[in-house]
Design a protein around this ligand. Structure first.
Ligand code: GLY
Length: 370
């Protein structure tokens, strides 16, 4: 795999997403390329990731003497303001200053929390992401969305804070538990559905290789997704328009996660269910042909079995959807599909159709077309 340097053009300045097998070993060299040197490095990670990759990261950083590791629990249920406070206090007690750099090595939770700490500590310090999960490598580490959950909703407290560098090393996925890896495949499929026919067809043909984590297929797809994400963020950093397409499947996903207190689903799994709901709503709204919808659902199905849906009342679920960040004026907003590569924002979906789509997930049934 040849090294790819993909640029994200952000308002704070361009930054590189360096994609290469073995990139972790060059972390120090890559950090030396930052415009301004770091006064100190703070390595934020989880105990599990650190056990697997801490030594390699420290070696890649050439044993930077001034690096201090801060480990925290990366369960979605711990992605909250308490964790942010604890880390910020540790930074303060360790003498972090405005020229310090946080290196966030982990999955989506580590990246979101570390990114938010970086956005707010001393009114903003730099962060470098070293994503270690598939979800983080193709999506969450790129684009500067940071934040934590409230019991009322997912990622409700946060900030946009672009990283200074992202180091994507597909080798790091080797130690990912199989369920975590599969969960990332749903975000990859999202890029296929919102992306283009070519990527969609690549995924249709290559899903077995991806599920089996074949290096060539995986690296190719990671690169394609990173390119797509970089293009979208460069065009619409603050989600005024185009970037919203990345929320395909996320209205239902966030409601599934919050109503189950972030304990039942991995994020990608919730997105898997959320995409099926969005596809069924799109069929019901006559936006997409049933045949195209079938292909999309088949691709989602090919990634594996999703965890069972929770027994949450319709009213509670709809309320959770209304609290979602995407809702406006109390109206639930969905990203729907008009076919591969074509999306449409909708805040005019009748609630009875939403409710039907949700119950169809449970029964495997269809939603009547309007
Ligand atoms: N994960 C969606 C976004 O970055 O906009």
């Amino acid at each position: 795999m040849a090294a790819q340097r993909i640029t994200v053009n952000a308002s704070s300045g361009p930054y590189t997403v360096h994609v290469e097998r073995g990139a972790l070993g060059q972390a120090g060299v890559l950090l030396d390329g930052l415009q301004e040197p770091a006064s100190r490095l703070f390595l934020l990670s989880s105990p599990r990731v650190w056990r697997h990759w801490g030594k390699a990261l420290a070696a890649g950083l050439k044993g930077a003497a001034q690096a201090r590791a801060i480990l925290f629990n990366d369960a979605e249920a711990g992605k909250n303001l308490r964790t942010v406070e604890q880390i910020a206090r540790t930074l303060a007690q360790s003498g972090a200053d405005r020229k310090s750099v946080i290196v966030a090595a982990g999955g989506g939770v580590v990246g979101d929390v570390a990114g938010f700490v970086a956005a707010s500590y001393a009114r903003g310090i730099r962060v470098v992401h070293v994503p270690t999960t598939l979800v983080a490598q193709v999506d969450s580490a790129i684009g500067g969305k940071t934040g934590v959950n409230l019991p009322e909703g997912k990622n409700l407290v946060g900030a946009f804070h672009q990283p200074s560098l992202v180091i994507v090393d597909p080798q790091l996925l080797r130690t990912l538990p199989p369920r975590e890896f599969r969960s990332g495949l749903y975000e990859v499929i999202k890029y296929g559905i919102i992306g283009d026919e070519k990527l969609f067809a690549t995924l249709e043909q290559g899903m077995v290789s991806l599920v089996n984590q074949e290096a060539g297929a995986l690296e190719h797809v990671i690169q394609r997704c990173v390119e797509a994400k970089a293009r979208i963020v460069s065009e619409d950093e603050r989600e005024a328009g185009l970037r919203m397409i990345l929320n395909f499947g996320h209205t239902t996903a966030h409601a599934l996660e919050s109503t189950t207190r972030y304990r039942r689903f991995l994020h990608g799994e919730a997105v898997g269910w959320g995409m099926i709901a969005a596809i069924r709503l799109s069929v019901a709204m006559k936006l997409v042909e049933p045949e195209a919808a079938k292909r999309m659902e088949a691709l989602i199905g090919a990634a594996g079995k999703l965890p069972r849906l929770p027994a949450v009342s319709r009213a509670r679920f709809l309320e959770a959807m209304r609290t979602d960040k995407k809702a406006e004026h109390g109206r639930i907003r969905f990203v729907l599909t008009e076919g591969v590569g074509r999306t449409r924002m909708a805040s005019d979906v009748p609630e009875d159709l939403v409710a039907q789509a949700l119950s169809s997930l449970r029964t495997g049934g269809r939603v009547n077309r309007r």
